[in-house]
Design a protein around this ligand. Structure first.
Ligand SMILES: *Cc1c(COP(=O)(O)O)cnc(C)c1O
Length: 433
């Protein structure tokens, strides 16, 4: 594990502890001003403090501070979900006419946001042929406003070459925005490799218990908005919606995250409930420990599956013959993700019988829970697609996606073993009929 002890024990400022928010004395939508002048200073963004919970909330502020520290950024904005975070992250760089150049391997809903929803607002998602920097560079033009990648793709499991992607983006004067949900800052700190903005679904590993939705945007503070004034006028020209404020001038290194809050969170209000912020903070207290166990358990399960004659294939990036193995060494310190796919022999029916026979592992579509989870994409998330569309999306009829939890690994393997047995018996019975 990379530096997690330092991040957890030395990185937090005293006020960024859960104790500060463990017992909310009261909940409030708005905050009292000392005087008219105090209120005016808060509204002018001249004084630090709180005015209305849509814009900032003390409990969420602790969460924001902690996530910013874990990622090594200058500031963060907590929002209601990972999808809200991605939406704000994109519109905070691109206006009508702009485009975002993205890796093709994405979380399904993010793919929809870039390919269907943002285009209606005049912002185009361009998908590279592969996650290789050369494929990405081909699509960048004068209207490009960012390069986007999932550090580890969900569900594809591909590991992106962040350093190379950042070089390509910066050579063209645009930031690299990454979704670091699957890796978490425990396995990978994208800002160390040149990424400018990190986005999270806190719903997954950071929250860690499958109980609470949440999202966050983190600003590295490193992108020079003023240097690229023509490409990013919103940071360099007076903002008429905020009495002429010029973000790059006023905020310098925190311009991106301050603009996300005062333009998008203020007017569109994807607010995280402070109670959810509290639950997510509690989850983050154990994320370093949990990631260690997720990674270790996943390796043992992948090795068990690979040796098993009932299994057709295992797509796990921790195997030395995986094309992503070198990137797992470079970026994840050898800690391959606990999210991976495998296929049982016997196609769709065998896949379904295996899935139905699981007892400990829960059948649902979430990931990053302390509990092990499985999903059969061909019968659920991808069932509306044709067989050909499924193949392009990397989904075979027998594919099972596993998100390996932190239970005792013998219990996980025992469950998989008995479900493989039932699936094989069902296939033999069918063959005999
Ligand atoms: C789940 C997920 C999201 C969306 O997050 P929500 O909190 O469900 O809105 C975005 N990106 C990735 C990689 C995810 O796994």
């Amino acid at each position: 594990m990379r530096n997690e002890t330092i991040a957890i024990h030395a990185g937090y400022e005293p006020e960024a502890t859960t104790h500060a928010v463990a017992v909310p004395i009261y909940q409030t939508a708005a905050y009292a001003f000392d005087s008219a002048d105090h209120g005016a200073a808060l509204f002018n963004l001249e004084a630090e403090g709180f005015r209305y919970s849509r814009i900032a909330n003390p409990t969420s502020a602790v969460l924001e501070k902690r996530i910013a520290q874990l990622e090594g950024g200058v500031g963060a904005l907590a929002v209601a979900t990972g999808q809200a975070a991605l939406h704000f992250a994109f519109v905070n760089v691109a206006d009508h006419g702009g485009n975002i150049v993205s890796m093709p391997q994405l979380y399904g809903t993010t793919h929809t946001l870039l390919s269907h929803i943002l285009p209606r607002q005049g912002i185009t998602g361009r998908f590279a042929e592969s996650d290789k920097p050369e494929a990405v560079e081909k699509l960048i033009d004068e209207n490009t406003r960012a390069v986007f990648a999932e550090t580890i793709g969900n569900p594809a499991g591909n590991v992106c070459d962040i350093e190379a992607l950042a070089k390509v983006a910066h050579a063209h004067g645009v930031p690299l925005i990454v979704d670091n949900t699957v890796a978490t800052p425990i396995l990978l700190k994208p800002f160390d490799y040149g990424a400018d903005i990190a986005v999270h679904s806190l719903t997954k590993f950071l929250g860690g218990h499958g109980t609470t939705l949440g999202g966050a945007i983190v600003d590295s503070g490193n992108f020079p908005w003023a240097k690229h004034a023509d490409r990013f006028p919103a940071y360099n020209k007076p903002d008429a919606s905020y009495h002429g404020l010029v973000y790059a001038e006023r905020f310098g290194r925190t311009a991106y995250i301050e603009r996300a809050r005062s333009v998008y969170q203020r007017t569109m209000g994807s607010v995280l409930s402070p109670f959810n912020a509290f639950l997510l903070l509690q989850g983050i207290e154990t994320v370093a420990l949990r990631m260690e166990r997720h990674v270790e358990n996943a390796r043992k399960v992948a090795e068990f599956l690979r040796k098993d004659p009932r299994v057709a294939w295992v797509n796990y990036t921790g195997f030395p013959d995986s094309p992503y193995y070198p990137l797992v060494q470079k970026y994840l310190d050898g800690n391959a993700s606990s999210l991976f796919t495998f296929g049982i022999k016997g196609g769709m029916e065998a896949g379904k019988s295996f899935y139905d026979a699981l007892k400990l592992i829960t059948r649902l579509v979430n990931i990053g829970d302390a509990k092990s989870l499985a999903c059969h994409p061909a019968s659920t998330t991808h069932r509306q697609m044709s067989a050909e569309q499924q193949r392009v999306a990397g989904v075979l009829p027998e594919t099972i996606r596993l998100s390996i939890g932190i239970e005792h690994v013998s219990d996980i393997i025992e469950d998989i073993d008995q479900a493989l047995d039932k699936a094989c018996r069902a296939a033999r019975l069918e063959a005999a009929e």
